[in-house]
Write a protein that binds this ligand. Structure first.
Ligand code: SF4
Length: 314
């Protein structure tokens, strides 16, 4: 019965893939997907990456339409970098709770309290918040970005865990916002210890959006791209993974002989998972939902994003 259901699902997916590729050609579209997307979406993507890689790819593309499979702020960044292109997303409900933890009003208040500070925004922010910032960064380039800023005082938004992590590598004063990623922040020391007891040979590899006490237990801390590279190049065969479950697809693809144990069954971002193959097809069929960013917001946010791409191009 289960085998039959799987067979039907695979047949349905094959039909959806065929329609998707046909539409992609007709629309001259590119499909960009985040590492946290469902495997069936990563399978059809032209490029799979983390926020940084996807921002770079969005800037380079010559396609007319970008189907951005990730969460809303990522689609916004693609639109800001490509104001003349059509940017669509599979489901407009795909938001990021961490990005929603900072708003313009709150940020302006903190800026007024620290007039000499410059704002560094994790790319996980809305376009209108980016427009209030000096420079954006991602988990792969945060340290380089902070050092590039012409001020000894930094207002950091919104992720307190990443902010705490990068503050260890700089002498600058960091005023850290109290946001967090619901998915990474719930990982506990107990989760890691239980996994370590079960798999004593495994290396612990985590994303810096995890809490400081988790980061302190890790053998490697890095962005999703960094995690993939580390696991691929390591001589070790087993890894305890502290990041979102969608990364499993690429970890297993790039390192098929290695074992990956996700540190908790709750490492799943529900927002990333609202996108489906069927919604990708519908988005390309209807060119909806589309991302719109008001011009004055886009211009200010673009300056912040482009500054990042200039100081940390790779
Ligand atoms: S994994 Fe965390 S930071 Fe990424 S989209 Fe989900 S809630 Fe936002």
């Amino acid at each position: 019965m289960e085998a039959l259901a799987l067979q039907k699902k695979e047949q349905r997916n094959a039909e959806l893939r065929e329609r998707l590729f046909q539409l992609k050609k007709e629309r001259n579209a590119i499909i960009l997907a985040h590492f946290y997307q469902r495997p069936e979406i990563q399978e059809v993507a032209d490029f799979i990456g983390d926020s940084f890689g996807l921002a770079q790819k969005a800037k380079e593309t010559e396609a007319d339409v970008i189907l951005f499979c990730g969460v809303h702020f990522m689609g916004e960044s693609a639109k800001i970098l490509n104001p003349n292109k059509t940017v669509i997303i599979p489901d407009e409900r795909a938001g990021c709770p961490m990005a929603d933890m900072v708003n313009v009003e709150g940020l302006r208040k903190v800026k007024a309290q620290h007039p000499n500070a410059k704002v560094v925004a994790y790319i996980n922010t809305s376009a209108d918040v980016k427009a209030e910032t000096h420079i954006c960064c991602t988990s792969s380039n945060a340290q380089r970005v902070i050092e590039s800023v012409d001020s000894d005082e930094i207002i950091w938004v919104p992720d307190k865990n990443l902010g705490h992590y990068v503050s260890q590598f700089t002498n600058k004063k960091m005023i850290i916002w109290e946001g967090y990623c619901n998915t990474h922040d719930q990982l506990s020391v107990q989760d890691i210890m239980l996994m370590k007891a079960e798999h004593p040979e495994a290396l612990v590899v985590v994303h810096p959006e995890c809490r400081p006490e988790i980061v302190a237990l890790a053998d490697y801390v890095g962005s999703t791209t960094g995690i993939l590279k580390f696991c691929k190049e390591s001589n070790q065969k087993e890894f305890i993974i502290g990041t979102e479950d969608g990364t499993r697809y690429m970890l297993e693809k790039e390192s098929p002989t290695k074992q990956f144990y996700f540190a908790s069954k709750y490492l799943v971002c529900p927002n990333m998972k609202v996108n489906t193959l069927k919604k990708c097809v519908e988005a390309l069929e209807t060119l909806k939902p589309q991302i719109y960013v008001p011009e004055h917001v886009a211009n200010a946010a673009r300056a912040s994003l482009e500054r990042m791409l200039e100081v940390a191009p790779g």
